[in-house]
Structure formats: C-alpha cells, structure tokens
Design a protein around this ligand. Structure first.
Ligand SMILES: *[C@@H]1O[C@H](CO)[C@@H](O)[C@H](O)[C@H]1NC(C)=O
Ligand SMILES: *[C@@H]1O[C@H](CO)[C@@H](O)[C@H](O)[C@H]1NC(C)=O
Ligand SMILES: *[C@@H]1O[C@H](CO)[C@@H](O)[C@H](O)[C@H]1NC(C)=O
Ligand SMILES: [Cu+2]
Length: 187
C-alpha cells in the first residue's frame, strides 16, 4: 500500500502537462547537459512536458546545477546550440499556426510572445493572450491548442539565429506550475 502511494505520488510529480508541437520547439541536447547538469537534462528529456518549478527544484539538489548557467525561466534551460538546425524563418505579418498538446489541465493564463534570449525579456506586445487557459472546470476550447499568431516586425532584433524565440508560456497559479516552449526563429 505504502509503495503504491509512493508510486502514485512519483507519477503525479513527474507527469508533465503541455508543450508546443508545431512549429518545432527546442529540445534537449549536449549543450543543455553542459549548462544544466545531468539530472535536470535527463528529467526534461524523459518528460518534455514538465514545468519549470520542478526543474528548479531538482536542480537545487544537484552538484552540477548552476542557476546562473541554467536559467530554467528561459526556455526551461534548453539551449540554442542544441537546436541550431531547427530555426524557423518568419516574415513580418506572417500568420503562424501553433499547435499545443496539453496532457492535463491546470487553470491559468497563457500567452505567446517574442523573447530576446540574451536578456530573457519580451519584445513588444504579446502576440496572443488567454486570460483563462486550460481551465479544470471546462473542456479545453479548441482555440487554446490550435491557434495562429501574426508576427510583428522584429527583423531589427531577430535577424540572427539564436537572438529570439517565439515563446509559448502557460502559467497556473492554481498549481504553481509554469510551462513553456520556445521556437527558434529568424526574421
Ligand atoms: C555559476 O556560474 C556563474 C557563471 O559562469 C559563475 O560565475 C559562478 O561562479 C557559478 N557558481 C558556482 C557555485 O559554481
Ligand atoms: C507572457 O509570457 C511571458 C513569458 O513568455 C511572461 O513573462 C509574461 O508575464 C506574460 N504576460 C502576461 C500578461 O501574462
Ligand atoms: C477562442 O474562442 C472563444 C469562443 O469559443 C472566443 O471567445 C475567444 O476569443 C477565442 N480566443 C482566441 C485567442 O482566439
Ligand atoms: Cu500538474
């Protein structure tokens, strides 16, 4: 019984909830392992859907985790170097369809923004905002997992690969969990 409870607790703790499946978002690689350490990278590798609070918590117990080198609030610590062959090219005004996969709901808010990766700051206005997202009290509306954004002109800031990501961000204060996916792009 006790082991069942422990197993259940563990399963609940590791199950993740959401990622962007299209366009292709950043994935784990050797650069992330170097920046974030083995355990945090392994966790994200086995559970791409996980929240950033969990990664930060795992990091605190790891000797090879350095929160300065591995900022989990910046694309969950996923590194551009591991995704350099996966850079999208967008033009100003382009309508970009986005598909999200949500495995479990937590009421929160969500948005998609362009983020300057050097400073981890949002450039301009968010491209879409969901004031109520993945609510536990309703089915998930179709337009929360399949929607489009119109790219602003960020060619001045986002000309070089690695400089910018299109970031999907879902934050649930109900569960204190934040989910994030980053799409590398140039303009
Ligand atoms: C973490 O990384 C930063 C940046 O490289 C470095 O300055 C700092 O000394 C490191 N901290 C530890 C505890 O190794
Ligand atoms: C939108 O998402 C960004 C992270 O990409 C976050 O910093 C910002 O607070 C969010 N904006 C709102 C209004 O929630
Ligand atoms: C999603 O659809 C609902 C109506 O079903 C609408 O009220 C809402 O504005 C839509 N949201 C977006 C971001 O398109
Ligand atoms: Cu959860």
């Amino acid at each position: 019984m006790r082991s069942q409870i422990l197993a259940l607790t563990f399963a609940t703790a590791v199950v993740g909830h959401g990622i962007v499946t299209s366009p292709p978002a950043r994935v784990v690689g050797d650069a992330m392992k170097a920046a974030c350490g083995q355990q945090v990278s392994n966790n994200l590798q086995s559970n791409a859907y996980g929240d950033i609070q969990q990664l930060a918590q795992i990091g605190t117990s790891q000797k090879d985790f350095n929160a300065t080198l591995c900022d989990v609030t910046m694309c969950k610590g996923l590194q551009f170097e591991d995704n350099a062959n996966n850079v999208q090219h967008f033009t100003a005004g382009q309508v970009v369809p986005i598909t999200v996969d949500i495995q479990a709901k937590h009421t929160g808010t969500a948005n998609v923004s362009v983020v300057d990766t050097a400073t981890n700051t949002v450039i301009g206005n968010q491209l879409v905002y969901f004031p109520v997202y993945a609510s536990t009290s309703t089915e998930i509306p179709a337009n929360q997992t399949s929607f489009s954004v119109t790219m602003p002109d960020v060619s001045a800031q986002c000309g070089a690969a690695g400089a910018c990501v299109m970031q999907w961000w879902w934050d649930s204060r109900q569960s204190d969990q934040t989910y994030m996916s980053c799409v590398d792009f140039t303009m």
